[in-house]
Design a protein around this ligand. Structure first.
Ligand code: ATP
Ligand code: MG
Length: 511
């Protein structure tokens, strides 16, 4: 173009450059389309300019009806001059619109505008794919020139990039909004589930725990939670965390009993890269919980050297990664739980007294279920509702006699065992009313008939699991016999889906 003398060429080029800069800083697609149209109209000294975006899936062209409006015109991508530019990938300069067979008069009909002449160029993105057309209408004086054609093409290639960027940013914004919304929803769920109000129980023992948790919600004291297995120690720890000001910071639970001695330090405090060949940097649990809460579950099972290391972090509020040179400050609230009697562990010399006093600033004791039998019906109904909600099952209920039987059973595994038993009963029940015929004698033997030696832990998990499996096997066999092998019917009797029944039959080898 340098060969042809053109008046004001420099000025025009500068104008195009200025438009490109404006386009590149606009990220809102609707505003961007208006901006491009407005600037192109001024540059080409014409009546209007429009952008048509190609919807490849539907093979349609989309265009805004007017500047500032969000109303969209859609039409077949093969129609009109814009459509021809998109299909051919070339620019089209039409001096007399109504004399050109490609002109799509219906659009004038829809918009009430009278088109005299048209200049349309295809828009390509950086990968050379056509993403739409750029069209100018009605040159103020005469028809569009070859220079107009070049200007519009130059603008179109920049516009295409700006439009793609704005589309991408728009998509990212939408998906981010969605994530923010989902996240807020999850937080609400977590807070409802684990705030102290998720702790079920109306009697004095549980209410005492709830009130204690409420009372310490604004302080960051260390709390030691004691109680037998399955009494809700972890649930209490989460309630403490999720009612505190740290609710939206991390809650990290660490099972001390599962830590092999050799890994205690790197697991708790992390490890620096390259301590030994091939060692990658790892962030320890203390650091992961920074700003939040670290729950040291089964703290009574920590070795003495590990106890000493934890005590140091609690006292000095700094930690050192394995192989690290600089101490890192940490701000972690510590909650600990144990089913051991730490005072007798101290007497035996297997638990440090100084650590004990540091972690038990406040003590929460979770009572065993046999001591709060009055809560059993409430808990059982609560877990039954949980089951129905989680599985999408219609509402179920226990007969009063079942609730009475549940209330007098032994429950060596405490609330967790009750929860498991309710889930099993619900899964195996033949109707939505769970009656005595659904009970399993083994678990539900009254406490008196199954005296517990003092200080017993839970019955071993394997035997309970095995017993449940035996029962399930028997029930399935019985249902199959009763329905003479009709799986659909048998599944219905058992409250299972047909596939669920088939899976179980396979697992138990029932032919
Ligand atoms: N008062 C309660 N209200 C509602 N749910 C409870 C209550 N107590 C316990 N649970 C439920 O019982 C189950 C066991 O609780 P959790 O895991 O907190 O016990 P735990 O004391 O940590 O057991 P373990 O010593 O075996 O680790 C969980 O499903 C918990 O939600
Ligand atoms: Mg636990």
């Amino acid at each position: 173009m340098g060969a042809l003398p053109r008046p004001g060429l420099d000025e025009k080029l500068r104008e195009i450059l200025a438009i490109c800069q404006k386009m590149n800083s606009e990220r809102d697609l609707s505003v961007l389309l208006d901006l491009i149209a407005r600037e192109a109209t001024a540059l080409l000294e014409c009546d209007r300019a429009s952008i048509f975006l190609l919807d490849r899936e539907r093979n349609e062209l989309l265009s805004k009806v007017a500047l500032g409006s969000d109303e969209i015109l859609r039409f077949d991508a093969r129609m009109g001059i814009a459509g021809s530019a998109v299909m051919s990938g070339r620019s089209i300069n039409v001096r007399d619109a109504y004399g050109d067979p490609r002109f799509y008069t219906a659009i004038d009909g829809q918009t009430g505008y009278r088109t005299r002449n048209v200049l349309a160029v295809a828009m390509r993105n950086q990968r050379g794919e056509i993403i739409g057309a750029f069209e100018a209408l009605n040159k103020h004086v005469g028809a569009f020139t070859a220079w107009d054609e070049e200007s519009l093409s130059a603008l179109a290639s920049h516009a295409a990039i700006a439009i793609e960027t704005a589309q991408l940013v728009g998509e990212l914004r939408r998906s981010q909004d969605e994530l923010v919304e989902q996240n807020a929803h999850l937080w609400r769920e977590v807070e409802i589930k684990y705030s102290s109000h998720g702790i079920i129980g109306t009697g004095p023992r549980i209410q005492q725990v709830v009130r204690l948790i409420e009372r310490i919600r604004d302080s960051l004291v260390s709390v030691l939670i004691t109680g037998e297995s399955g009494t809700g120690k972890e649930m209490a720890a989460k309630a403490i965390h999720y009612t505190s000001q740290r609710a939206r910071r991390p809650f990290v639970a660490l099972n001390c009993a599962a830590l092999p001695e050799a890994l205690v330090e790197s697991e708790l405090f992390g490890i620096e890269k390259g301590v030994a060949t091939g060692v990658q940097q790892r962030v320890g649990q203390f650091e992961k919980a920074n700003g939040g809460t670290l729950f040291l579950d089964e703290i009574g099972d920590l070795s003495l050297p590990a106890q000493a290391k934890i005590l140091r972090v609690l006292q000095e509020r700094v930690l050192e990664r394995v192989g690290g040179r600089n101490p890192l400050p940490v701000d972690v609230r510590v909650l600990a739980a144990t089913n051991k009697d730490l005072e007798s562990e101290i007497a035996k010399g297997s638990f440090r007294e100084d650590l004990y006093y540091r972690i038990k600033v406040v003590r929460v004791h979770m009572p065993p279920l046999r001591e709060i039998r009055e809560e059993i019906p409430l808990l059982a109904n609560h877990f039954l509702k949980d089951y129905c909600r989680e599985t999408g099952h219609e509402a179920m209920e226990f007969s009063p006699s079942v609730l009475r039987r549940l209330a007098v059973a032994a429950w060596p595994g405490n609330v967790r065992q009750l929860r498991n038993e309710v889930m099993r009963l619900a899964a195996c029940a033949r109707t939505n009313a769970i009656g005595e015929e659904d009970l399993w004698e083994g678990v539900l033997a009254p406490a008196a008939e199954q005296p517990l030696p003092s200080g017993t832990g839970p019955t071993p998990a394997v035997s309970l699991k095995k017993a449940i499996e035996d029962l399930e096997k028997r029930m399935i066999q019985q249902a199959i016999d009763e329905t003479r092998g009709n799986q659909q019917q048998a599944a219905r009797h058992l409250g299972l889906s047909r596939q669920g029944l088939i899976n179980k039959m396979k697992r138990y080898g029932i032919g």
